[in-house]
Design a binder for this molecule. Structure first.
Ligand SMILES: Cc1cc2nc3c(=O)[nH]c(=O)nc-3n(C[C@H](O)[C@H](O)[C@H](O)COP(=O)(O)OP(=O)(O)OC[C@H]3O[C@@H](n4cnc5c(N)ncnc54)[C@H](O)[C@@H]3O)c2cc1C
Length: 379
């Protein structure tokens, strides 16, 4: 028997959920297939940071804000926990301070809501921040925090309750031959449109498309603490000076190469493992801490304790005074990334769209990407 839907989505991570939601909002009947009994990919392994400040001022930032609106809608309509926490980049060195100053001067006129805070103002407003040797901070009010495993579990329920989206978990799609697709359980479906949102899984569907798209895989090591005692709150997401080397937004700063050169030449282990240090606190009070970046052939199934040590020491020495540093969990995640593009689209068959490589910004961008795609292609 062949069953039918207007739209079929393959992958129950944030990208698949975003494309399913946008299709359902437009009145399409939608079926979603996720190969695991519950999603276990990058979308449940991340910080839960919705991070517009990291996008390039202009289109990238605007797209992240469109995504942000959807997260707030999920809070109001689906009961997904979303904290409006904002973010702080902490500058401890003169070259970090120079980048922060330059970014605020350049990005403000481009519509990015952010401010330069001298050290005493930053520590006064945000008491969790460690004052030692702090020079300044970049404050942005737009960042959100979600609890990824809970949000990614709740969104499919909401889509089913509200839009009759049919979600099949534990159901791998093993072949697409438009308009038909086939699952490993032997079911056949037909759909007018198919979205392949399979994350860093390149080998099962359209391996040639993935192979020619210039994608890389990236592994990140992460940790989280026990819930902090007595309702202690971190406040905004915290990022250190190393993060200024990481996100594309800071490339508008002419002072950035000086900072990058110092990191490359003097912080060899941080540079080697692509470490920049960030912390976010979820609704349970756990502080989620990361991360490192190892690519392709360097990706091992086994994590490196020295990476965790470097991250924790940096966070403790420079950034934050946590009441409880007990690490309750350690894990890693892998995402797909393109060296230049924030997302890659391919259409290996007519009306079958592969959406890949949201890199380190899928939680920030997926709803905006799906929203923009449907606005342009809804015909
Ligand atoms: C450690 C870490 C921290 C991060 N932190 C952040 C952050 O704070 N903020 C942010 O914006 N981004 C962050 N990111 C990036 C973000 O998590 C990713 O960009 C995003 O989750 C990618 O979503 P996805 O849906 O493409 O992939 P995934 O979440 O991996 O989902 C793909 C899904 O497709 C399923 N699938 C694959 N093949 C098939 C098939 N044939 N049939 C059925 N199902 C299939 C898989 O089982 C999987 O569940 C982070 C990533 C990592 C790894």
């Amino acid at each position: 028997m062949t069953r039918r839907a207007d739209v079929a989505v393959i992958g129950g991570g944030i990208v698949g959920l975003a494309f399913a939601w946008e299709a359902a909002r437009r009145g399409r009947s939608v079926v979603l297939f996720e190969k695991s009994p519950r999603p276990v990919g990058a979308s449940v392994r991340n910080f839960g940071m919705v991070w517009p400040i990291g996008q390039l001022p202009g289109d990238g930032y605007a797209r992240a804000l469109r995504s942000r609106e959807r997260w707030l809608e999920l809070r109001d309509r689906a009961g997904v926990w979303v904290g409006e926490c904002g973010s702080l980049h902490l500058a401890h060195e003169s070259d970090e301070d120079a980048v922060v100053r330059e970014f605020v001067a350049a990005a403000g006129p481009l519509g990015v809501d952010c401010a330069y805070l001298p050290a005493d103002e930053a520590t006064k407003r945000f008491p969790a921040v460690r004052p030692t040797e702090l020079r300044s901070a970049l404050y942005s009010p737009t960042e959100l925090v979600v609890n990824p495993p809970e949000a990614i579990a709740r969104i499919p329920q909401f889509l089913t309750e509200t839009y009759d989206v049919v979600c099949h978990f534990g159901r791998a799609v093993i072949g697409v031959d438009m308009p038909r697709l086939r699952t490993a359980a032997g079911e056949n479906w037909e759909a007018d449109r198919v979205f392949v949102c399979s994350g860093a899984e390149f080998e099962t569907l359209f391996p040639d498309t993935f192979a020619s798209a210039g994608l890389r895989r990236c592994k990140l090591q992460m940790m989280k603490t026990r819930p902090q005692p007595q309702n202690w709150r971190l406040g905004p997401h915290l990022a250190g000076g190393l993060t200024l080397c990481h996100y594309k937004n800071f490339e508008v700063c002419r002072s950035l190469p000086i900072l990058k050169a110092r990191v490359r030449e003097t912080m060899l282990e941080f540079h080697r493992y692509g470490i920049h240090v960030m912390a976010a606190q979820n609704d349970r009070g756990e502080v989620v801490i990361g991360d490192s970046h190892e690519y392709d052939a360097d990706i091992s199934p086994f994590d490196k304790p020295e990476i965790d040590g470097l991250i924790l020491n940096y966070l403790q020495d420079r950034m934050v005074q946590l009441p409880d540093w007990t690490i309750a969990a350690r894990w890693h995640g892998v995402y797909a990334k393109h060296p230049i593009e924030p997302v890659v689209f391919a259409e290996p068959q007519s009306r079958c769209v592969v959406v890949a490589a949201t890199g380190g910004a899928g939680m920030t961008l997926a709803f905006g990407i799906a929203r923009d795609w449907w606005e342009v292609n809804d015909r």
